[in-house]
Design a protein around this ligand. Structure first.
Ligand code: BGC
Length: 473
């Protein structure tokens, strides 16, 4: 470890508070991803929605999240990481309440939009906060906790959907439950410290030192502060939007945006959103069998496999996990696609999936495991650690918005794609993106394990010939 970090640093109570913030924000993200599929039937029935309004109700959260993630970085830079997360908590609670009491579709859609903005805001501010607050040697784990929470949120949503019936207003409860998590996020954030990096940036040195002392009592705080100040002094002014796209930052921006896109175009959300549908096509005939397969083979496996990343991300590093995960994802997608070439219409009277259906299920499990220890957590970690402080908020915003945009495109067109080129070719296409992603990551993404945020900044500065080498680990 370098800078002011020390081996064997105690895990302070405030670090637990920081992790709780990250976990609550991730749970909101995941719950929102997973819950709508179960609520939709009841909503359509209650309001007699046509196809268009059903799509709007489903997708406007993503739209809101896109907007929320774009303003999130700006907000986190202006009012601080802490207030930005507090604002997300308020929006989330408000949106959940609006949705659950909505007497007519316009208010429901309004609630979806508000909650979306909250999700987008939290999706930028919380991991950014986590990356800035973590000791370098634990940063991967801190941000992976965010991914773990996303998967727990998805799993809880699958469970809630399976337990409540969407009819008779059950959908109101499904959507309203998220408000409690919003309140919890707000309350926990009230107790959390502000990021010392941000405090320094706005000239509050004494506050920055005080927060560092409280969060990392065993570290050499003055040395940590000096490192942060050195990095800040190279950043005489606050960056403009133009600077986010300036030539010397093209590398980190290309890496962040590339990772955000590859995380989505390799198919994760096609599987998360349409798991029931895929299992149905694989011969899981009854809705109960599909829900069971989705909840456990996708939802639970996703949670469990994320622990692999938490265990290894700061030991093995980011690159080995990304590269190994993409191999597992690619191979399993080829297997699933191939199994679908053999799966015909279910035989009349068949009581369960065929052998090919079982192969599909095993393939999907391998895919989820491979994603959960690699692209899931590692992409968010790298996005949040590779930008210099002066542009970090805005640049993370851009990458997060691109991620939501790509998620929207994939989930919107997955069924169309299946219709146009067939199920096997659709999965092979995702597999092709795994191969191209592997080559791109191999060539472009540097290892950032164990480096302080300030040392990571030096990588780009040196490449651009702007600064002398800092010490490396
Ligand atoms: C992705 C989400 C995805 C989730 C699945 C996240 O890292 O950003 O789009 O639904 O992982 O676990």
């Amino acid at each position: 470890m370098s800078g002011g970090g020390k081996r064997g640093e105690r895990f302070s109570p405030l670090m637990a508070v920081i992790i709780a913030v990250i976990i609550l924000a991730g749970t909101l993200f995941g719950y929102d991803q997973g819950v709508i599929s179960g609520a939709l039937a009841g909503i359509s029935k209650a309001f007699h929605l046509g196809a268009l309004l059903t799509e709007v109700v489903t997708s406007w959260v993503t739209l809101g999240a896109l907007v929320g993630s774009l303003i999130g970085g700006e907000l986190a830079d202006r009012i601080g990481r802490k207030k930005a997360v507090l604002a997300a908590g308020v929006l989330f609670t408000l949106g959940a309440v609006l949705q659950s009491i909505a007497p007519h579709p316009p208010l429901l859609v309004g609630g979806r939009l508000v909650i979306g903005v909250g999700v987008g805001l939290a999706a930028v501010a919380a991991p950014l906060y986590g990356a800035e607050m973590a000791p370098a040697a634990l940063r991967g784990r801190f941000v992976s906790a965010y991914q773990l929470a996303i998967t727990i949120g998805i799993f809880i949503a699958y469970q809630v959907d399976a337990t409540l019936t969407a009819d008779n207003g059950g959908w109101r409860l499904m959507l309203g439950v998220a408000g409690f998590v919003g309140v919890a996020l707000f309350l926990v954030m009230l107790a959390a410290p502000e990021s010392p990096r941000w405090l320094l940036k706005v000239g509050r040195r004494a506050d920055a030192l005080a927060e560092l002392r409280a969060v990392r009592p065993d570290a050499d705080q003055p040395a940590l502060l000096a490192d942060m100040e050195a990095a800040l002094s190279q950043e005489a002014h606050k960056a403009s939007w133009r600077e986010v796209f300036a030539p010397e930052l093209r590398r980190p921006l290309a890496i962040a945006v590339g990772l955000a896109v590859y995380q989505q175009i390799t198919g994760i959300n096609a599987i998360i959103y349409y798991a029931d549908n895929i299992f149905a096509a694989a011969g899981f005939a009854s809705p109960a069998a599909q829900t069971l397969a989705t909840t456990w083979a996708i939802g639970a496996v996703n949670v469990l496999a994320t622990f692999i990343a938490i265990a290894f991300i700061d030991k093995l590093g980011r690159r080995p996990l990304l590269l190994a995960g993409l191999i597992g994802m690619g191979v399993s997608l080829v297997v699933v696609g191939t199994a679908f070439t053999f799966i015909g219409a279910p035989a009349a009277g068949a009581s369960g999936p065929s052998a090919d259906g079982i192969v599909t299920m095993i393939g999907l499990i391998v895919f989820i495991v491979s994603f959960a220890f690699s692209l899931g957590p590692v992409v968010w970690t790298v996005i949040n650690e590779i930008f210099p402080g002066r542009v970090r908020g805005r640049a993370v915003s851009v990458a997060t918005a691109v991620n939501w945009g790509a998620a929207f495109v994939v989930s919107e067109f997955f069924l169309t794609l299946i219709h146009a080129i067939g199920r096997p070719a659709t999965f092979w296409l995702f597999a092709f993106f795994c191969v191209s992603g592997w080559v791109w990551i191999w060539r472009q993404v540097p290892e950032t394990k164990g480096r302080t945020l300030e040392e990571i900044e030096q990588i780009w500065a040196e490449e651009a010939g702007l600064a002398p080498a800092l010490r490396r680990i």
